[in-house]
Design a protein around this ligand. Structure first.
Ligand SMILES: [Zn+2]
Length: 164
């Protein structure tokens, strides 16, 4: 257990989920746009793997504490936001009530996802496979504006430049 994950201070804890192993659950309410889980990088990584998070065009980190235990959902209640520690916080994408599982869309933080199994989120809008940002439909990208890693905007702009 990391010091920064003391639940009485931060408002979340690790619990077992029905069918997905462990997950992170809110122990208090969080209003939309508030920081839910602070992301502290443990170390930088050479390349992208199933355990890393991409935080820049060619920068990857291993996440510390419970932030690494947040499960994916195609209907997320938290998004990613770059922070001053060189990592990314999870920020409430909608109001979250105490007792809800904290879930994010991994595409909000990762440009490419190649190591993930089929999605088990059971959301009505489930994409069936956990895909990265580059494979998201444009309308979902627009919906996630302000709640995804900033470098993804840079990568989209670079892509547009190559096409034009
Ligand atoms: Zn899904």
């Amino acid at each position: 257990m990391f010091e920064e994950d003391k639940k009485e201070e931060l408002g979340y804890e690790l619990r077992s989920t029905p069918g997905k192993g462990v997950g992170v659950y809110a122990t208090r309410n969080f209003p939309r746009n508030s920081v839910v889980v602070i992301g502290n990088p443990v170390k930088t990584a050479e390349k992208n793997t199933a355990w890393t998070t991409q935080v820049g065009v060619d920068r990857f980190i291993l996440r510390g504490g419970l932030s690494s235990k947040v499960n994916h959902s195609c209907s997320p209640n938290v998004g990613y936001r770059d922070n001053a520690n060189g990592g990314m916080d999870y920020v409430a994408f909608r109001d979250i009530r105490s007792g809800e599982e904290i879930v994010t869309d991994y595409a909000m933080g990762n440009h490419v996802i190649e190591h993930m199994p089929e999605c088990l989120c059971r959301a009505s809008r489930c994409r069936k496979t956990i895909t990265g940002w580059k494979d998201l439909p444009d309308e979902v990208k627009r919906e996630y504006a302000g709640f995804h890693a900033e470098y993804l905007t840079v990568m989209d702009a670079n892509m547009d430049e190559r096409l034009n």
